[in-house]
Ligand binder design. Structure first.
Ligand SMILES: [Mg+2]
Length: 413
């Protein structure tokens, strides 16, 4: 099978951007902080800092212990977004970018003769050089080339910094055996625990596991897709070409007041989130639709949308809905119909975790929620008082969220 995908991942992106723009930081141990405070954690560490064991999530006190000479700088998200767009343009000067997966990662589908190894490697070198020439000479990247996108991303992780790694079809699956389970994209802590419970503790065992076993580990179709991805197959998303999941509901006359309408909206949201997880997707946007009952001028519609870094966590969708709800126009009359839509879908396995939330504590809770509701009927377990929790859980704009994140539904995993 030919090489179908090339993956570009910038090394120590935020820290490297700071070193690019501030030459005095080059060669230094740099920690990027969300705020300049001793109580916070590094959201990025420079290539030199990683040699001291400092990485994303290292608390400031610990980073200081690991390297006394560390320099802390405050993150500048708008700057990183601007550089991101310039990097995408640099890559596009070599070959079309098929999907942007995070602020510092993008995938290119290889076409024609680029699918041959020598040409693919040449293209990889060109891309790295284009980033140096067009954006900045200290912006190193790791390029992975493989039969599918999942393996290309895996390859990009195998050599850092400044890597260029090819995984060929005839090297599968042995080439993957040296990796840890958790190092594979799509294997978070919860999935790893379920794999362990099924007797799978290594990538070698994962590669030998049956489709059924993987379906159990992933609680659904994502397991079957994972089975195919490990084998270098191009994997169709299921359901194909899906770009949103939503529900709407016409309210009964006694439910047309704001409190009841909001309660219905939460139920619709939780149903949509459950379907989202069932399909193995994350959503990067939430839309709220309200149709008001207008007796004189017909119906009036109001629509608004929130964007965030893609996830599939009901506990995080709740405050986003609460925030949208607050934005609605003040009292234009009874609400006739309500709807929610989860938009900007990306495959769960392709999502880079929120940098502020490296350990997703909610994943097992969401799975339990879905299992109970599937067995005993939707809304058996639901979030009482979720709307009152709004101020306790304000929506965050994460750095891993890229404005105008391109979402692709070409089905390639
Ligand atoms: Mg990176």
């Amino acid at each position: 099978m030919a090489l179908h995908s090339l993956y570009v991942d910038l090394n120590s992106f935020f820290a490297s951007v700071e070193q690019q723009l501030r030459p005095e930081l080059r060669g230094r141990v740099v920690g990027v902080l969300p705020v300049m405070a001793d109580t916070t954690c590094c959201i990025a560490a420079s290539i030199d800092a990683k040699r001291f064991g400092i990485r994303t999530g290292t608390p400031v006190w610990q980073a200081k212990k690991l390297c006394r000479d560390i320099v802390f700088v405050q993150a500048r998200p708008p700057v990183y977004v601007e550089i991101h767009h310039r990097i995408v343009a640099a890559v596009e000067s070599c070959t079309p970018v098929s999907a942007v997966l995070s602020i510092d990662e993008m995938a290119c589908d290889l076409m024609g003769s680029d699918r041959e190894e020598t040409n693919a490697v040449k293209l990889g070198r060109q891309i790295k050089q284009a980033i140096y020439d067009q954006v900045g000479e200290v912006l190193h990247s790791s390029v992975g080339i493989a039969p599918n996108r999942f393996l290309a991303k895996t390859a990009s992780n195998m050599q850092k910094p400044d890597g260029l790694v090819v995984i060929r079809q005839d090297e599968l699956p042995q080439r993957l055996y040296g990796l840890k389970l958790g190092a594979l994209n799509g294997i978070g802590r919860a999935v790893e625990q379920r794999l362990n419970q099924l007797g799978i503790h290594s990538v070698e065992q994962l590669c030998h596991a049956s489709k059924d076993t993987l379906s159990r580990a992933w609680n659904g179709v994502e397991g079957e897709r994972y089975y195919a991805k490990l084998r270098g197959e191009a994997v169709a998303s299921a359901p194909t070409q899906r770009s949103s999941v939503g529900h709407s509901h016409v309210l009964a006359p006694d439910l047309r007041d704001p409190d009841s309408a909001l309660a219905v909206l939460y139920r619709l949201l939780h149903k949509a989130a459950m379907r989202l997880r069932h399909y193995g997707y994350c959503a990067g946007g939430l839309g709220l639709h309200l149709h008001y009952l207008k007796t004189d001028a017909g119906d009036a519609r109001w629509v608004d949308q929130a964007r965030f870094s893609p996830h599939a966590d009901t506990f995080k969708f709740n405050p986003a809905l609460a925030e949208l709800w607050q934005r609605r126009p003040p009292d234009p009359g009874p609400i006739l119909k309500v709807g929610v839509t989860l938009t900007d879908l990306v495959e769960h396995s392709q999502v880079t975790r929120d940098l502020f939330d490296p350990d997703d504590q909610h994943e097992p809770l969401n799975i339990v929620l879905d299992q109970i509701n599937q067995r005993y009927g939707a809304n058996t377990l639901y979030f009482g008082g979720a709307h009152r929790g709004r101020s306790a859980a304000p929506m965050r704009i994460a750095f891993s969220h890229v404005p105008e994140l391109q979402v692709e539904n070409d089905g390639e995993g």
